[in-house]
Ligand binder design. Structure first.
Ligand code: KIV
Ligand code: NA
Length: 269
């Protein structure tokens, strides 16, 4: 397992960092084998796996359940647990919940928030839990998805937030939906690595929701790229199975054990 602080060296060496969400054991095993650096158990599990309408519905219990599954599948990769809505309302609550995340198998936690979260992130870091910050568009509090930092006041606020979060002890920061050149500026100002989603080419690493890159999501976002059409392939496979079962072509005799003749005779009696 790589400690979160190790990725500062990647930044120094100009080696890009790969992060992908993972929510379950089999996906964690495959991402780990593929050499992904960081498996993020994101609160995006709510929309992508649990069928919730929003991140705001995701609980600590939901997160812990999925962190445990991912941790069982990760051999090389760093496992990061995403702190859900309301889990960091006070410094003490943030630390208590961060510790639960670590006990479930996470190696670090990610906390959304800017200037308002500096005190809580410092408190968690000072107690020994590695933290990745998350600024820009923050689904737990920002409302409707929109690019952040296109005007100078918001851009300056983001620069200031990033500097304060680094000073508070964050080992990494995620930028979600900020203009490419702003992400580049902040990346150059910081010694901790920056990980972008919809933040352009110049971050120290990238994060994506794995469902989006596999083509499992309902749409392909501008910030994403579908490397496969798994949604369609799943559906086709499910439909083929249904056709064969209803049509009597699956299973065949090959798919079941034969009963020895002598036993068969006795069973028939
Ligand atoms: O929950 C999530 O998937 C995230 C990433 C988009 C950074 O927080
Ligand atoms: Na998240």
């Amino acid at each position: 397992m790589k400690a979160l602080s190790v990725f500062r060296d990647y930044k120094k060496q100009g080696r890009k960092i790969t992060m992908l969400t993972a929510y379950d054991y089999p996906t964690a095993v495959l991402e780990d084998r593929a050499g992904i650096d960081i498996l993020l158990v994101g609160d995006s599990v709510g929309r992508n796996i649990l069928g919730y309408a929003s991140e705001l519905e995701v609980t600590m219990e939901d997160m812990l359940h999925h962190v445990r599954a991912v941790a069982r599948g990760a051999k090389q990769a760093h496992v990061m647990g995403d702190m859900p809505y309301r889990s960091c309302d006070t410094p003490a609550l943030a630390l208590e919940n961060a510790r639960r995340m670590m006990d479930a198998g996470a190696h670090s936690v990610k906390i959304e928030g800017e200037q308002d979260m500096v005190d809580r992130i410092k408190y968690v870091v000072d107690a020994g839990v590695p933290v990745c910050a998350h600024i820009g568009y923050t689904p737990q509090t920002s409302g409707k998805a929109a690019v952040q930092g296109k005007d100078i006041d918001r851009a300056k606020a983001l620069i200031d937030a990033a500097l304060q979060l680094e000073k508070a002890g964050a080992d990494m920061v995620v930028f979600e939906l900020i203009p490419e050149l702003l992400a580049k500026e902040i990346t150059n100002l910081l010694s901790i690595p920056t990980i972008g989603i919809g933040a352009g080419r110049f971050c120290d690493g990238q994060v994506q929701v794995y469902c989006d890159i596999l083509g499992l999501s309902a749409r392909v976002f501008r910030h994403a790229k579908a490397y496969d059409t798994l949604g369609q392939r799943y559906e086709d496979a499910f439909a083929a199975y249904a056709r064969e079962v209803t049509g009597g072509t699956f299973p065949t005799s090959e798919n079941a054990a034969a009963l020895p003749d002598d036993v068969a005779d006795q069973v028939r009696e």
